[in-house]
Design a protein around this ligand. Structure first.
Ligand SMILES: [Cu+2]
Length: 507
């Protein structure tokens, strides 16, 4: 089915068509369990062995503490009570060099169990932060010590992997520097994007409960606040091919601030700035650009691509893009427009004492008329492109939901920690994401960076990639990091409503 399925199709009808297509393709037969007895679990010697192989003797150790806490945060004129790391939004950036060791002590001051997942890092499995799969959740008042080597440079972030805690304020950048960094830029700007609802009279747990209570009527028919972005705000004209989201957010944030009270990046005209864009939202994709200022895109999800000039880029939830800009002789807004929804966030790029107003409708309108580069426009740099090889194993992940209930499935099932897609160490693995639903899904694989297979062969290296409605996306990776790894939708509500499975290394 084409990605531009007519919007007049109802979700239910589309699902019926999707089910038929799946049966025709034989997808119904593809679900495969892995027995816990044969699994290479987080405590396996193979996991410790992989970490030893990554760690150089005498590798520097960087120590940080993370206190998950409840408190008030000012979003820029609006104060909300929420959950953050150490009272900051975003949390304090962690920055280290490739090959260094991160020791992070998490203290849980929240009323719920929590964990930290180090999004995009090919780390040891027992430090991946997935409760019941790689560790026990950290109870309220409890602590956990994370320790792992960071093998690859790039732009990453971290967040809990419990419930919909990601949709509170528990996130921060994790930047891994490469010795060659800085050759083509003078300074850096890290921009974390978010959609915000917590502490505005509701919270993410209540939003999820509302979606579940509304079931099939989600998508704008319900009367509950917080729901209905898809139907109410632009089924048409988006890059997402269908519903833009399940939740209507009162605020959109860049580096913790609403557009009306943005942060300012003080710089100088002519400076080359490496902009590290991170989408930490739960249910919102962003179209990002600086009207009139071209961006030279250099990395997707931390890994280098053949550089491309872009006027705008699309970031789904969990995705990152690095781009170099040259600061003009005028203040300009870096705009992040919520794709298919209303609203935007911004950071002001301000050379010297040049003043900028907040972005106006004209600047936003300009952004929305410019070409947008998406995953299909990028190819991995030669140095990180996987060598051509036929896959040793292929797994289909049929993405569907919801029908009747607010449930999102992979291969007809909701997440079951005992089920998985078996792989063996050393295999070339191909995952095929087959989207049978009306909504896009940013699909994320833990512990690996796959290579998207583009129409012309080799696409970019990524750990999160958007799969549009009706689309099939193939990704390849080499199974070189033993353990149990989630593969899931990075829409926090979809993941929690079932759309997660496990890439399961087995003996
Ligand atoms: Cu999804």
């Amino acid at each position: 089915m084409p990605a531009n399925t007519p919007h007049s199709l109802t979700r239910r009808r589309f699902l019926a068509l999707g089910a038929g297509a799946a049966a025709a393709a034989g997808l119904a037969a593809c679900s495969t369990g892995t027995s816990p007895a044969t699994r290479i679990g987080p405590a396996s010697p193979a996991v410790a062995g992989a970490e030893r192989a990554r760690r150089a003797t005498g590798a520097p150790v960087r120590q940080v503490s993370l206190n998950a806490t409840v408190g008030e945060v000012d979003l820029g004129g609006t104060t909300v009570r929420t959950w953050t790391f150490d009272g900051r939004l975003p949390g304090k950036e962690i920055r280290l060099k490739r090959g260094e060791v991160l020791q992070a002590r998490l203290s849980n001051g929240l009323p719920q169990p929590t964990s930290v997942h180090w999004h995009g890092i090919a780390l040891r499995n027992d430090m991946d932060g997935v409760p019941d799969l790689t560790q026990a959740a950290v109870a309220p008042g409890g602590q956990f010590g994370y320790e792992f080597t960071v093998p690859d440079a790039g732009t990453y972030f971290f967040h809990p992997h419990v419930g919909v805690q990601l949709d509170r304020g528990l996130y921060a950048p994790l930047i891994v520097e490469d010795p060659a960094d800085g050759a083509d830029y003078d300074t850096e700007l890290v921009v974390v994007l978010d959609d915000w609802i917590d502490g505005t009279g509701t919270d993410p747990d209540a939003v999820l409960a509302g979606l579940r209570a509304n079931g099939m009527s989600m998508g704008g028919m319900g009367s509950m606040p917080g729901m209905g972005a898809g139907a109410m705000q632009g089924m048409g004209g988006t890059l997402l091919g269908g519903d833009a989201g399940d939740v209507t957010y009162p605020h959109l944030l860049a580096n913790g601030r609403v557009a009306a009270a943005p942060t300012t990046f003080a710089t100088r005209a002519g400076q080359r700035v490496r902009v590290r864009l991170i989408n930490a939202a739960a249910d919102t994709a962003f179209r990002v650009g600086i009207p009139g200022v071209p961006m030279r895109v250099t990395h997707t999800d931390g890994f280098p691509v053949s550089p491309r000039q872009a006027e705008a880029v699309l970031l789904g939830m969990g995705e990152r893009i690095d781009a170099v800009i040259t600061v003009p002789d005028a203040a300009v807004p870096l705009l992040a427009a919520a794709e298919g929804k209303d609203g935007y966030a911004q950071v002001l790029v301000q050379p010297g004492d040049r003043r900028a107003g907040v972005a106006n409708d004209a600047a936003l309108a300009t952004l929305k008329t410019r070409p947008v580069l998406t995953v299909t426009d990028f190819a991995a740099a030669d140095a990180v492109s996987l060598p051509e090889k036929n896959p040793d194993v292929m797994h289909d992940l049929a993405l569907a939901g919801p029908s009747g209930k607010y449930v999102w499935t992979i291969n007809g099932k909701t997440y079951d920690p005992k089920e998985g897609l078996p792989v063996h160490q050393g295999q070339r693995v191909r995952l095929r994401f087959v989207n049978m639903s009306m909504m896009y899904h940013p699909m994320h694989l833990h512990g690996h960076t796959f290579q998207v297979r583009g129409a012309g062969g080799r696409g970019p290296r990524k750990d999160t990639t958007i799969v549009l409605p009706g689309q099939t996306v193939e990704v390849d990776f080499d199974a070189g990091n033993p353990g149990q790894w989630l593969a899931h939708c990075h829409n926090a509500y979809h993941g929690e409503a079932g759309m997660m499975t496990i890439v399961s290394y087995v003996e």
